[in-house]
Design a protein around this ligand. Sequence first.
Ligand SMILES: CC(=O)N[C@H]1[C@@H](OP(=O)(O)OP(=O)(O)OC[C@H]2O[C@@H](n3ccc(=O)[nH]c3=O)[C@H](O)[C@@H]2O)O[C@H](CO)[C@H](O)[C@@H]1O
Ligand SMILES: [Mn+2]
Length: 363
Amino acid sequence: MAKLLKILPGPCYASHKVIILLLTGITFTFHYCYWNPKSQHVKSLLAGTRTAVGESHTNYLQPDALTPSRRDVLVLTPWLAPVVWEGTFDIDLLNAQFKLQNATIGLTVFAVKNYMSFLELFLRSAEKYFMAGHRVNYYVFTDQPELVPQLPLPGGRRVIVLRTQSHQRWQDISMQRMGAISHGARQRFLKEVDYLVCADVDMEFRDHVGVEILSSLFGTIHPDFMAVSRYSFSNERRPESQAYIPEDEGDFYYIGAFFGGSVAEVYRLTEACHQAIMIDKANHLEAIWQEESHLNKYLLYHKPTKLLSPEYMCDHDLLQDMQHRKKLGLSNIVRRIRIFALLKNKEVKSNNASQKVQSTDGR
Ligand SMILES: CC(=O)N[C@H]1[C@@H](OP(=O)(O)OP(=O)(O)OC[C@H]2O[C@@H](n3ccc(=O)[nH]c3=O)[C@H](O)[C@@H]2O)O[C@H](CO)[C@H](O)[C@@H]1O
Ligand SMILES: [Mn+2]
């Protein structure tokens, strides 16, 4: 500016020129910032941030750096992934943060052959407890679309029925889920939802299951292997299988009935497991616990960013153990049963007789 003033003829003329130049500059800057799409983007991001601070003002207990949330269980893995237990999170706080993402959650479930009989309880209980207040797409894979129960759903929640193959063996029905989910992710889930949760159908939601489970990649600790050494995990031990895990490896034993994450991460996981299953098949091999074995292999070498405690998949054995401890006046590590794995009678598994879904704890 000093240089510019030197070459201008008179003081009055100079000040006019400067004002005009300044005005042009201001107008140009304003238009550039307003109409430039990148700056629009920044503006909307900033707008979000302002609301964020306002909206996330919920009242909650101050976290204390010297007081752990739970003393009786592991709440953080050595790779710094949280383990979700009752008492470790504040759901109001998490919900307020999650709302800012404006995200939709997909829940995949398979109801093939007579496992269709589990679907109604699955959906009804999910409507009560799964991601209440958030947008959910239920992706129901089935060979019998006409039998999918029609439930009244509130806005933002819908059931999408996808046709899938049936197989003679239950093992094949169970295993092919990996390929079907990875295909579905590529075809539509990536466009339609932000997170994917993949569940078995033979289960009931019995308590809150919300956004505390969401992360890039999460797995659930199998209730029967919660307190078991890695040598006793039910991993695939034949080195010829793609699911092979040596005895001296393994962090946790994850259950195949509940896992998830961002759509991209679930796509990577399911595609990798599907490919591994195909290679095994070409070599006439089937892993000891089918896709669960492949899931365990994947999660050993691609560490999950969050782990769910067995609250998220309690089974009959754990329930009995809990009831027993309660009778003895002992405290329980699992304080809430959020998801319950239903007991099946043999006929369901072998796909023979028609059956009724049974509640296993006398309810
Ligand atoms: C405790 C136990 O034994 N767990 C194993 C057993 O779980 P599960 O006994 O829980 O397996 P499952 O019979 O529930 O099958 C898995 C899922 O596949 C679907 N499905 C299966 C069969 C069928 O005819 N129709 C159908 O829709 C359905 O969504 C079901 O929930 O078997 C799985 C299958 O590999 C895993 O190996 C598990 O580790
Ligand atoms: Mn199951």
